[in-house]
Design a protein. Structure first.
Length: 359
């Protein structure tokens, strides 16, 4: 038997099971059941779980990278779908070979400079002051062109690449905060993090290191978390949110109003803002239902002393209606489409010049 460290918290085990392939499953079951007590790291107890995915040579592949990719695919199915076998089977290839290729390409994209950040400003609708910028990752794929998050973020979560991807985004965003701060410009950036990120115990330590590295205050960083992020492990996710709050970063609950337990979560979470989903905002001036839902969200947030951010504002009529409802903060095409983060400082100066002249 051979053991190999693949990086991060991933390991590969080579086992010669001869004509008894079930030995691999027996070993995997034994390892998963024999996880020791929590590890003590810097005086803190860290709980962890072990999950295994299995491929058999040569039945499932003859190349090492193919066997590893398929073992990882089995691992994802086993850890996310209760009762699913640890062993790879052809049915898992409903992912298609195209997605398997993209999995390995996405890992390389992070280290080979293929990713870029775009930003969309968040504006005070009354004063037109820019309050922050929300960043979105784009993938400049060598053959597929510029890819938006909807094309690869779900794949990143499924393939275990989401945490290193988030780390890259946080590094770039915090570096930009420092740049804007030196230029005496609006220096608050919002970053989306996923449910998988919230389950990473080292998230706090890595954030502290980045904030220290760039000499950025925690309050200059906003983290946006979708309500659905709490479905997998509510207790651990909420605990992490509280740790982030103690660190001092600003927290926002994204896509608020689309989940089934919003109020229950909202009472427990240390968030400062809720974001009204763009599915309600786009037709706000045309739909009584959307108006009623948005009104209710704003009222609840105001009663809990939370800020409200409306996303997807594209028309002046929608802006005016939101202001009458008591929502002052928004982002959308009415103010700017997303553009490359590297141009944020120039855009901010131009925006300030344009809107200070009118006062």
């Amino acid at each position: 038997m051979r053991l190999c460290h693949l990086g991060g918290v991933s390991f590969a085990v080579w086992l010669d099971s001869g004509d008894q392939p079930h030995l691999a499953e027996y070993l995997a079951d034994s390892l998963e059941k024999c996880v020791p007590e929590p590890m003590i790291v810097h005086g803190c107890a860290v709980d962890y779980q072990l999950h295994c995915g299995i491929t058999h040579y040569p039945v499932h592949g003859t190349q090492l990278n193919e066997l590893l990719e398929r073992a990882y695919l089995a691992l994802q199915h086993h850890s996310t779908l209760q009762g699913h076998s640890q062993v790879f089977n052809a049915g898992m290839l409903s992912y298609s070979s195209d997605k398997l290729i993209m999995m390995s390409e996405l890992r390389r994209a992070i280290t080979e400079g293929q990713l870029a950040l775009y930003v969309q400003p968040q504006v005070d609708m009354r004063t037109k002051e820019v309050l922050a910028g929300e960043v979105y990752v784009r993938w400049r794929h060598p053959s597929r062109g510029l890819m938006t998050p909807s094309s690869f973020l779900a794949l990143a979560e499924e393939s275990g690449v989401i945490y290193p991807l988030t780390q890259w985004v946080l590094n770039e965003a915090i570096a930009m905060i420092a740049t804007l701060d030196k230029a005496k410009l609006v220096s608050k950036i919002a970053v989306n993090i996923s449910s998988k990120d919230l389950l990473q115990d080292e998230l706090i330590d890595s954030l502290e290191l980045l904030l220290e590295k760039y000499n950025v205050k925690p309050q200059q960083l906003m983290l946006e978390i979708k309500e659905g992020a709490f479905a997998a492990d509510p207790d651990k996710s909420i605990s992490m949110m509280r740790r982030l709050h103690r660190l001092g970063v600003v927290l926002a609950l994204d896509d608020f109003g689309t989940g089934l337990s919003s109020l229950a979560h909202l009472r427990q979470l240390p968030v400062q803002h809720v974001k009204v989903d763009c599915s309600f905002i786009g037709d706000l001036h045309k739909s009584d239902t959307h108006t009623a839902i948005t009104n209710a969200i704003i009222d609840v947030a105001r009663n809990l002393e939370l800020g409200v951010i409306a996303e997807g504002v594209e028309e002046l009529e929608v802006e005016q209606k939101l202001l009458r409802m008591g929502c002052n903060r928004a982002q959308g095409f009415l103010y700017s489409r997303p553009f490359e983060l590297s141009g944020f400082a120039v855009w901010l100066k131009q925006w300030q010049e344009r809107h200070t002249k009118g006062h």
